[in-house]
Design a protein. Structure first.
Length: 514
RNA sequence: GGCCCGUUCGUCUAGGGGUUAGGACGCAUCCCUUUCACGGAUGAAACACGGGUUCGAUUCCCGUACGGGCUACCA
């Protein structure tokens, strides 16, 4: 059962600004958001920028903009709201000395220690252990006995090293052979023997905390009630539990929920930037200034944020009924961790497109016309709003994206310059030409010129005068051999344009008759 | 390798000691549409394997296999 006590629910999404926020991160943020909203809680954005070497310019802004586009806005944190727990960037929180304080508390109680080992010494230790066929070389309850740290050095030696400003880290002193257990909301009880956990670095030699210390401190300070994060954190969770315990904060420890990962559609492993089978990895275009790489986003690919979010929500979660198209409010109302799957979910590009199609169909013709107008403006094409609305109405059933309406309905915006060659070659002959020319006269007499009367004319003509080759007629008037109902196309085009196009086609093509 | 997590149609999933194992995407066939990428109908398609427990296991337990994650002074 999900633990929701009398305390106000406060959750956080805590990405590190090491790159653009990808869809896996968005889903983590989404689940946090849904849970918070469901329980009238707070959703906080905290930036975990403790690794200065991996900081990527623009990443933080990107995260904020991406969350906004997705409609999963935090009500507190970097770029959002005016929460009372500022600052929300760990690099800024460091100056208050808070991480140092907590680390000192752990040292004072004997649960952490200074380690002065250099990179070379650590490397040598690992080599030694590997040579001795130790399966997993770790800085742990055994190896720390042979390293340079405040457990092996005398008080005076340690003090001297400290005074001499010799670089050091602070490590968690993980005990030998103790059972660590915690109840994950999604996975249930997890039991790990402490001997398998290494002495995690809590404070780095540059004075910055590692994730392990920083998130524990901040989650306590920010009164976080539920930590909802990816499964990749499960292995280090026991160390975090230990940290809370040694800090005497066992009873304030947030509930833990580890989400299943999003996997590659084919092949194996975590979803990566290059294996989304043609669909984007990022919510919006992302340009990595450091690597120069440019990634296209869902937004720019023509996805609706609602569809993107809907798809993401159903990757590893289900609403408990067979409903698949769910509004944000429905997602909120139905959300619960009990319905989150334990196994990883493979990303399905086809279904992702299907979701967009569902949302496209829900939009009325005027909403679609406005979106189509944006595309046309980019291409310097002007069109009447009502005309566009009619085009959208007719084309929407066939489209996955608004841009499909434009691409599949080119003939609504341009006069055909070429005609589907296969059709012409096969069907353009004197007999058909004569039929079409006669039909033209009938169409000219059709008044009013709407799809019903046009259909009537075509039908009567076919029955009484001559068999119309509709594919040919379509090709002559639109240039292409497929599309929506001809009568509807003619109605939207209008009598004048329709007739002019067919006449022009006849002129252009006559010489080609063999 | 070690530790942890997992395993229902190709994919996302429902279900759960006795079911014709349900839905969705995709796929196939048919109908409709005088075209079609819409719609409708139908179909093919799954409980990883081996042991228990049980009158009965896909469901519970244990193994095995397979998959995934982690194994940094990264998060």
């Amino acid at each position: 059962m999900t633990q929701v006590s009398n305390k106000k629910v406060r959750v956080r999404f805590a990405p590190s600004p090491t790159g653009g926020l990808h869809m896996g991160g968005v889903r983590t943020a989404l689940f946090n958001y849904l849970f918070a909203k469901k329980h009238n809680g707070d959703f906080i954005l905290r930036i975990e920028d403790t690794d200065q070497t991996r900081y990527v310019k623009g990443a933080e802004e990107y995260i904020i903009e991406a969350l906004k586009w997705c409609g999963i806005e935090p009500n507190e944190g970097v770029g959002f709201g005016n929460g009372t727990h500022a600052p929300y960037r760990q690099s800024e929180r460091k100056s208050s000395g808070i991480y140092w304080e907590y680390a000192q508390k752990l040292i004072a109680s004997g649960h952490a220690y200074y380690a002065f080992d250099t990179e070379q010494e650590l490397e040598a230790m690992r080599k030694r252990l590997e040579a001795a066929k130790v399966a997993a070389p770790q800085y742990n309850h055994i190896t720390r006995e042979h390293m340079r740290n405040s457990l092996t050095l005398s008080h005076t030696e340690v003090q001297k090293l400290l005074d001499d400003k010799v670089p050091f880290v602070i490590r968690l002193k993980v005990p030998r052979n103790e059972e660590i257990r915690f109840n994950d909301i999604i996975r249930g009880w997890i039991v790990v023997n402490s001997s398998t956990i290494d002495d995690k670095v809590l404070l780095k030699s540059d004075g910055m905390p590692t994730y392990h210390l920083a998130h524990v401190v901040d989650d306590i300070e920010m009164q976080i009630t539920h930590v909802v994060r990816g499964e990749e954190w499960l292995p280090s969770a026991p160390a975090h539990v230990l940290t809370y315990k040694y800090l005497g904060l066992e009873n304030n420890m947030p509930n833990l929920a580890h989400l299943p990962l999003i996997l590659k559609p084919d092949g194996k492993g975590k979803l990566s930037k290059r294996d989304t089978s043609g669909l984007p990895m990022f919510p919006m275009n992302w340009h990595d200034e450091r690597t120069g790489e440019h990634y296209i986003g869902y937004k720019e690919s023509g996805f609706f944020p609602e569809a993107f979010i809907n798809m993401l929500a159903l990757l590893g979660w289900n609403p408990g009924n067979n409903q698949e198209v769910l509004s944000k409010q429905e997602l909120i109302d139905l959300f619960s961790f009990e319905k989150v799957h334990k196994a990883g979910a493979k990303f399905d590009p086809e279904k992702t497109k299907w979701f967009n199609q569902q949302y496209l169909r829900k939009k009325d013709k005027h909403q679609l016309a406005a979106l189509l107008q944006e595309i046309l403006i980019e291409k310097n094409i002007t069109a009447d709003t009502e005309y566009l609305a009619n085009v959208c109405e007719l084309m929407k059933e066939k489209a996955y994206f608004v841009k499909d309406i434009f691409e599949m309905g080119q003939f609504f915006f341009f006069e055909p310059q070429t005609y589907d060659e296969k059709i012409i070659q096969k069907k353009w002959n004197h007999d058909n030409k004569k039929i079409i020319e006669t039909l033209l006269e009938q169409l000219n007499l059709t008044t009013p010129f709407n799809h019903e009367t046009i259909h009537q004319t075509l039908d009567n003509f076919s029955k009484n005068t001559g068999k119309i080759d509709f594919q040919l007629l379509r090709t002559l008037s639109t240039g292409v051999s497929s599309g929506p109902s001809l009568a509807h196309i003619f109605e939207i085009l209008g009598k004048e344009k329709t007739l002019a196009r067919i006449k022009k086609a006849i002129q252009t093509l006559t010489i080609n008759i063999s």
